[in-house]
Design a protein around this ligand. Structure first.
Ligand code: NAG
Ligand code: NAG
Ligand code: NAG
Ligand code: NAG
Ligand code: NAG
Length: 228
């Protein structure tokens, strides 16, 4: 991953992209324009960059070649549509985010694998046994699917079959419309900060809204039911 990431960083000087053909996925299209080769390793590097930036905010300005600032999902003092949003307590264990229908909430620290620092090094976590590792690698998996990476599941972009059962109790976070809106906005901003076109960012946003948006007025599942 590190070699790939270095290539990604070296290659991100925006390649005046033509419009993406309808039959090429967002993941494949940007991977093949950033790297010489559209393969699993490189697709994963693109997904890691987009996910890590969405989570912690933009961290490698020199590499990105855009001036799009991304505050990040973990930003404590965020705003969405003029409303204050703070998703950090859902991730740092300070909030007992409840499961659905259970009698009591469960507090889980998802930043137990080194927090932001390994993410700035294009990794999910330090080591591979933390909640953080499980969450981030699942996000890579999820966004690899959402963005249509055709090489997902092959060597270089593995599926992560790790600890899953521990998350069953923590499947839902009751996010309101502004919190979901902020989450989706950060993903879109992150993609844009890596050079994804406005049209393609809109497609990503619309896809995520279709997954999350229809539940926004009631307590919303932040992740699809089969996510973990
Ligand atoms: C984030 O993006 C903004 C806008 O381009 C930039 O000013 C800032 O330096 C970036 N931060 C990091 C840590 O790269
Ligand atoms: C958030 O903003 C408030 C008021 O502007 C400030 O008092 C607080 O320290 C900020 N918190 C963080 C984590 O930046
Ligand atoms: C986790 O890391 C250890 C030590 O580096 C390694 O032996 C093991 O194969 C890794 N497990 C997974 C699931 O990646
Ligand atoms: C993908 O291509 C890169 C060169 O861009 C290469 O370093 C890497 O090993 C390739 N990955 C796979 C899985 O073939
Ligand atoms: C936020 O504002 C935009 C633009 O006014 C609107 O389209 C969107 O529905 C708003 N989001 C929420 C969650 O209210």
């Amino acid at each position: 991953m590190h070699t790939s990431t270095a290539l990604l960083i070296a290659a991100l000087a925006s390649v005046g992209l033509a419009q993406r053909p309808a039959d090429v996925s967002i993941c494949d299209y940007y991977t093949e324009h950033i790297f010489p080769v559209n393969n699993a390793t490189n697709q994963k590097a693109v997904i890691v960059a987009v996910v890590n930036t969405a989570v912690i905010g933009n961290y490698t300005h020199d590499a990105q070649k855009t001036d799009i600032a991304v505050p990040g999902i973990l930003a404590a003092n965020a705003t969405y549509n003029s409303t204050s949003v703070n998703l950090l307590p859902y991730f740092d264990g300070s909030l007992a985010s409840s499961n659905q229908g259970g009698a009591q909430g469960v507090s889980v620290n998802f930043l137990d694998g080194g927090g932001a620092t390994p993410l700035t090094q294009n990794m999910p976590a330090n080591g591979n046994s933390s909640n953080q590792y499980a969450l981030l690698t699942h996000l890579y998996e999820y966004f690899g699917a959402v963005l249509g990476c055709t090489e997902y599941g092959k060597t270089g972009f593995p599926t992560y079959a790790g600890e899953t059962s521990m998350y069953n109790v923590h499947k839902y976070m009751a996010l309101d419309a502004m919190q979901v809106g902020y989450f989706i906005e950060q993903v879109g901003l992150s993609a844009a900060s890596w050079g994804v076109s406005a049209d393609d960012c809109k497609i990503v946003g619309t896809t995520l809204e279709a997954v999350f948006g229809h539940k926004c007025s009631a307590p919303a599942a932040v992740l699809p039911a089969d996510f973990y």
